[in-house]
Design a protein around this ligand. Structure first.
Ligand code: NAP
Length: 279
């Protein structure tokens, strides 16, 4: 029998998730459907009650509800609690369980990019300390990392995130301009800020001058497919990657939680890239 899945957020106009999941259901011959549920802040509580009554099997959560959804759920996984946000909800019997696949999705995409199975000997700089940074930094720390530095415009937010991660790793927080003058220190630099995202594509989160040869530069942004920061890094000899693989991986991990089967990540990536004009 067909099962109902969905995406809860506001606004949802440009989300790629419905296309990615519905295409995968179809390709796998599954009769399921993934539906956007555009809920404003004041509609969230009633909306979740309605989704329970509809017997929804699972859903993704996006801006602005990733934090406010937490008290409306029956249980939340520990990693999602540490991140402080839920992006995936699945059903266990009649309970709705919150999880976060953004961080694990990012971690898996990074390991694939560097062709290794651990970050234990890597020095990593995370730029930003917002929602996406929390997922990335917590999951990287939990997996084991050589050292992690978090740089943010608002230093207090980086310091707070540092406290959460310090249970698992050697972490420190620095201001953005300090990061810019110590780039040779890092093996991997991750931009989790929105700087460079369309339509403000002429901006960079930090310079690339000073990075060492073959630094891995990873931008969570995928619109545009190559930010100005990544272009500058590539021209300087960095190994660069955009946020598409994180997006696909977080969706694939959610799919696995909902259905217990592995979707075809390569096909999911093709679906997204085709839509974004990258194929
Ligand atoms: P967020 O919670 O609003 O955080 C934004 C971050 O950017 C904060 O650290 C903020 O610093 C910093 N920032 C914004 N404007 C800045 C400026 N002018 N100068 C310096 N710092 C600035 O947003 P988010 O949810 O973390 O999302 C961040 C980015 O990640 C977005 O581009 C989003 O599309 C992308 N993302 C991608 C994926 C994926 O699957 N690839 C998933 C999630 C998010 P302050 O703390 O100082 O304000």
């Amino acid at each position: 029998m067909g099962k109902l899945f969905g995406l809860v957020g506001h606004p949802l106009g440009h989300s790629m998730s419905p296309l990615m999941h519905n295409t995968e259901f179809k390709e796998l011959g599954l009769p399921h459907h993934y539906q956007p549920f555009d809920l404003k802040k004041e509609e969230l509580e009633e909306g979740i009650k309605a989704l329970r009554l509809l017997g929804i099997e699972g859903f993704n959560v996006t801006i602005p509800h990733k934090v406010s959804i937490i008290p409306l759920l029956d249980e939340v996984e520990q990693e999602a609690m540490e991140i402080g946000a839920v992006n995936t909800v699945y059903r266990k019997d009649d309970l709705l369980i919150g999880a976060n696949t953004d961080g694990q999705g990012y971690l898996q995409s990074l390991l694939k990019l560097i062709g290794e199975d651990s970050l234990i000997d890597k020095k990593i700089l995370v730029v930003g300390a917002g929602g996406a940074a929390r997922a990335v930094a917590v999951s990287i720390s939990r997996s084991g990392v050589g050292s992690l530095t978090i740089a943010n415009r608002t230093l207090e937010k980086a310091e707070e995130l540092c406290r959460v991660c310090s249970t698992y790793a050697d972490v420190n927080a620095i201001p953005l301009d300090t990061a810019s003058s110590s780039l040779e220190t890092y093996d991997i630099i991750i931009n989790t800020t929105s700087i460079g995202m369309s339509p403000e594509t002429d901006r960079v989160p930090l310079p690339v001058k000073g990075i060492k040869d073959e630094t891995v530069m990873s931008d969570l942004i995928y619109n545009p497919l190559e930010t100005l920061w990544l272009t500058q890094g590539r021209e300087q000899g960095a190994i660069t990657a955009n946020g598409i693989s994180m997006f696909v991986e977080q969706g694939a991990l959610a799919f696995e939680k909902w259905l217990g089967i592995k979707p075809d990540r390569y096909r999911m990536q093709e679906t997204v890239l085709r839509k974004l004009g990258g194929l």
